[in-house]
Design a protein around this ligand. Structure first.
Ligand code: NAD
Ligand code: IPM
Ligand code: MN
Length: 352
């Protein structure tokens, strides 16, 4: 029996609705499969936890998490209770950084039975490799309060090491896929970081002569996501560009509620963290209609991470059977609840 120990952080908002749903699916899959078990430990770290304790997680929180094989997270953020920059930097971003989860893998592809908002989408299947530790997400900068002359400065950090490893990750991934890497740049408009980004990309690509490459400015790339997503295989992007591009990727799939993601620690020192692209969705919380598929597909990425690719593929097949049968939540045109979608997936797993 293979056993994996998972730290579960449902977090805020619909995180608390879709995480139990995905865990139920995982449990059912393990029951049927035998040979595999996920032992989960729940942590209630969230904005409510902050109101009670003055911090998003206990001081020894990271040490506690370090003992697990992986972290399964829902979403963080309840701006009515706690400002986002405090909640996110105190939990989600903190874990990504301290655990050196330097790569964020975010696939987007057409799913059977889910209508893309694009008029005539050709089949697309792309992965954004988002640099996950530096770039525009930096604590360096400052604010000068001077009345009308108030100034705020935000410094973006791009190291050669960080940039190169994200690019190499993208190239290695492309080798196992359709052999194409697109770099998201903006070297025409951003003076220091993006010409550097291009230079590193041009250096790295020399080591991958069989991979087709292209550099596209992020503004044009965003448009190409809409009018020719089928052209893309792997896209490598900086932290902020990757963030924006992956909500767009989710949208062209049909809904942000179905898009999965994985924050990968590539040096094996710390656990990786699996959390979907979407946030805590305060506008639909408590209604029972959050789409659980993003979180369930994220669980599939966790299975893949542990080498259980066959099981992961089976799980995604079943999810697609259910979407094809039209048992889906309102964000993708259905009337089903979170629970109904989850139960249907579990029922079909049991018939495996
Ligand atoms: P969001 O992703 O939470 O919501 C955007 C829109 O998508 C909303 O209309 C929402 O209802 C919808 N949506 C999202 N997930 C859905 C699902 N599973 N099913 C159906 N509809 C879904 O983004 P936001 O509104 O910008 O952010 C809300 C809060 O979440 C903020 O505090 C933000 O900082 C935080 N956030 C957290 C994460 C994370 O923890 N990884 C990611 C993004 C945003
Ligand atoms: C995401 C989110 C986070 C990010 C926020 C909530 C800090 O948007 O995971 O995509 O920007 O990385
Ligand atoms: Mn985002």
């Amino acid at each position: 029996m293979k056993k994996f120990e998972i730290a579960v952080i449902p977090g805020d908002g619909i995180g608390r609705e879709v995480v139990p749903a995905a865990l139920k699916v995982l449990d059912t899959l393990c029951e049927v499969h035998g040979g595999l078990r996920f032992e989960t430990t729940q942590f209630d770290w969230s904005c409510e936890y902050y109101l009670e304790h003055g911090e998003m997680m206990p001081e020894e929180g990271l040490q506690t998490l370090a003992n697990f094989n992986a972290i399964f997270l829902g979403a963080v953020g309840n701006p009515k209770l706690v400002p986002d920059h405090i909640s996110l930097w105190g939990l989600l971003v903190k874990i990504r950084r301290e655990f050196e989860q330097v790569i964020n893998i975010r696939p987007a592809k057409l799913i059977k039975g889910v209508k893309s908002p694009l008029a005539n989408p050709k089949d697309f299947d792309l992965i954004v490799v988002r640099e996950n530790s530096e770039g525009e997400y930096s604590e360096i900068g400052g604010r000068i309060h001077r009345g009308e002359d108030e100034i705020t400065v935000q410094n973006a950090i791009f190291t050669r090491k960080g940039t190169e490893r994200a690019m190499r990750y993208a190239f290695e991934l492309a080798k196992k896929r359709r052999g194409r890497v697109t770099s998201a740049t903006k070297s025409n408009g951003i003076f220091h970081s993006m010409p550097f980004w291009d230079e590193v990309f041009n250096d790295v690509k020399k080591d991958y002569p069989t991979i087709e490459t292209e550099s596209i400015h992020i503004d044009a790339l965003a448009a190409f996501f809409v009018n020719r997503p089928h052209m893309f295989d792997v896209i490598v992007a900086s932290n902020l560009f990757g963030d924006i591009l992956t909500d767009l990727g989710a949208a062209i799939m049909g809904s942000i509620g179905i898009a999965p993601a994985a924050n990968i620690n590539i040096n094996g020192k710390y656990p990786s963290m699996f959390e979907p692209v979407h946030g805590s969705a305060p506008d639909i919380v408590g209604k029972g209609i959050a789409n659980p598929i993003g979180q369930i597909w994220t669980a599939k990425m966790m299975l893949d991470h542990f080498g259980e690719n066959e099981l992961g593929t089976k799980l995604l097949d079943i999810v697609e059977q259910v979407t094809e049968a039209g048992i889906v939540t309102p964000d993708i045109g259905g009337t089903a609840t979170t629970n109904e979608v989850t139960e249907e997936i579990c029922k079909r797993i049991k018939q495996l």
